[in-house]
Write a protein that binds this ligand. Structure first.
Ligand SMILES: [Zn+2]
Length: 411
């Protein structure tokens, strides 16, 4: 079958060559020329530059017989240029060292016993220390990306609170990390990280369409957040507050939510609400989503009723969101993405035929590592630019952050 690779039409040509190798390598120069549409001269210049900077290497594996005698294949250099991704969850801090093509080298995780932001930050530093200690050649770590729930606006460096955590994270969180570990650090909204990872993981045909489309990723978990890809670029809103789907009010008379408002979707449809409802009146120790799904599969009447009600609330929220944004695809992630098939079927049944005949694809794609890999993925373009221009110190300047918005990463 002929594979059509996306042209990355708007990116600069060096990034197009790099992105093509990163996503589909190992590739020959001829394949790169075919898939990027660039001239032989451009391909030769850019591969030579990427080789000189040790971003790519010649692939030493067996070459495809169709590719002729001894064609040189280029692939990402896994020994150099790594990025750390950290996923900050309500109960857990997960971190991993990731290569430029999204491969996990090593990982560390710590459970959080309290919900204090200060305690969470200490654990983040502990996970980072562990990763720098365990990885071979820590000098190859070029940047650190954090995947965080809640509203992330880091243009004003103020102490910031995040729903699900009590207290505040330090105003200079990135600076503290940069000083301690000597590499630039950035914070991103967690569903954006997950969507970045899923985009990078798509097959060429799907990526070609989705990277220029409107795609939503819903992290349906302890909280509910959505990432909005609008014509291939992340949509943040004017105050970096877009995507707070969990805090849409679904019942104005409903109970108080952690955000301070009343009757938010999270109060009715998050896994946290399911766990709270099920554990009410039961002293069965710590419950988790896996235990809930097991009880659902065994048709425990109370569990099935609570979960189904949750799914119905979420279905309404998805219908409303699709009616406003008309996306080509909605990816469901987080704990609910791993729910039993009957549960996902119930969601699909509730959604069927509700969008005026729109052909929105809705798929649950559970992937445990997507936030941690995606937090690194969000930084790939910046890291490449730093290697090529040797302007690593310039990354820290605010104007450089603005000049290189992460929403352009799919170019
Ligand atoms: Zn709320």
């Amino acid at each position: 079958m002929k594979v059509v690779y996306p042209a990355d039409a708007n990116g600069n040509s060096l990034y197009r060559v790099f992105n093509c190798i990163r996503r589909y390598g190992p590739l020959t120069k001829k394949e790169l020329q075919k898939h990027t549409g660039l001239s032989w001269g451009s391909i030769s210049t850019h591969t030579a530059c990427l080789l000189a900077k040790k971003v790519i290497v010649e692939h030493t594996g067996q070459s495809d017989a169709n590719k002729g005698p001894n064609p040189r294949l280029y692939t990402i250099n896994h020994q150099k240029n790594r990025i750390i991704g950290i996923d900050i969850q309500m109960h857990r801090i997960c971190g991993a060292v990731i290569t430029l093509d999204g491969k996990k080298i090593c990982s560390r995780a710590l459970n959080l016993k309290s919900r204090g932001a200060g305690n969470a930050f200490k654990k983040i530093l502990t996970v980072l220390e562990a990763l720098f200690k365990v990885v071979e050649n820590p000098k190859e770590i070029k940047s650190i990306g954090f995947s965080m729930p809640g509203i992330i606006n880091r243009e004003e460096r103020k102490p910031f609170s995040v729903h699900h955590f009590t207290g505040v994270f330090p105003a200079d969180m990135e600076t503290v990390v940069e000083r301690k570990f000597g590499v630039p650090a950035f914070i991103f909204h967690d569903p954006d990280c997950m969507l970045a990872a899923h985009m990078n993981n798509m097959q060429p045909e799907e990526y070609a369409v989705m990277s220029k489309s409107n795609v939503l990723l819903i992290r349906w978990s302890y909280g509910i957040g959505v990432s909005i890809l609008s014509n291939g670029e992340f949509y943040y809103g004017d105050h970096h507050a877009a995507g707070e789907m969990g805090h849409m009010v679904v019942n104005p008379l409903g109970p108080r939510c952690i955000c301070g408002d009343k009757g938010c979707l999270e109060v009715y449809a998050s896994i946290r609400c399911v766990l709270e409802k099920i554990s009410r009146g039961i002293h069965s120790g710590e419950l988790n989503s896996e235990m809930i799904w097991e009880a659902y599969r065994k048709k425990n009447t109370r569990v099935v009723s609570i979960v189904n009600e949750t799914v119905d609330y979420m279905a309404s929220a998805i219908i409303n969101t699709i009616k406003i944004l008309d996306p080509r695809m909605v990816i469901i992630e987080g704990e609910f993405a791993s729910a039993p098939p009957e549960c996902i079927r119930r969601l699909n049944t509730a959604l069927a035929g509700r969008f005026y005949g729109l052909k929105t694809i809705i798929q649950a794609r559970p992937w445990e590592d997507s936030a941690v890999i995606g937090a690194a993925e969000m930084l790939t373009k910046r890291v490449l630019l730093g290697i090529i221009t040797k302007r690593q110190s310039a990354w820290r300047k605010k104007e450089t952050r603005k000049a290189l918005p992460s929403n352009q990463m799919f170019l």
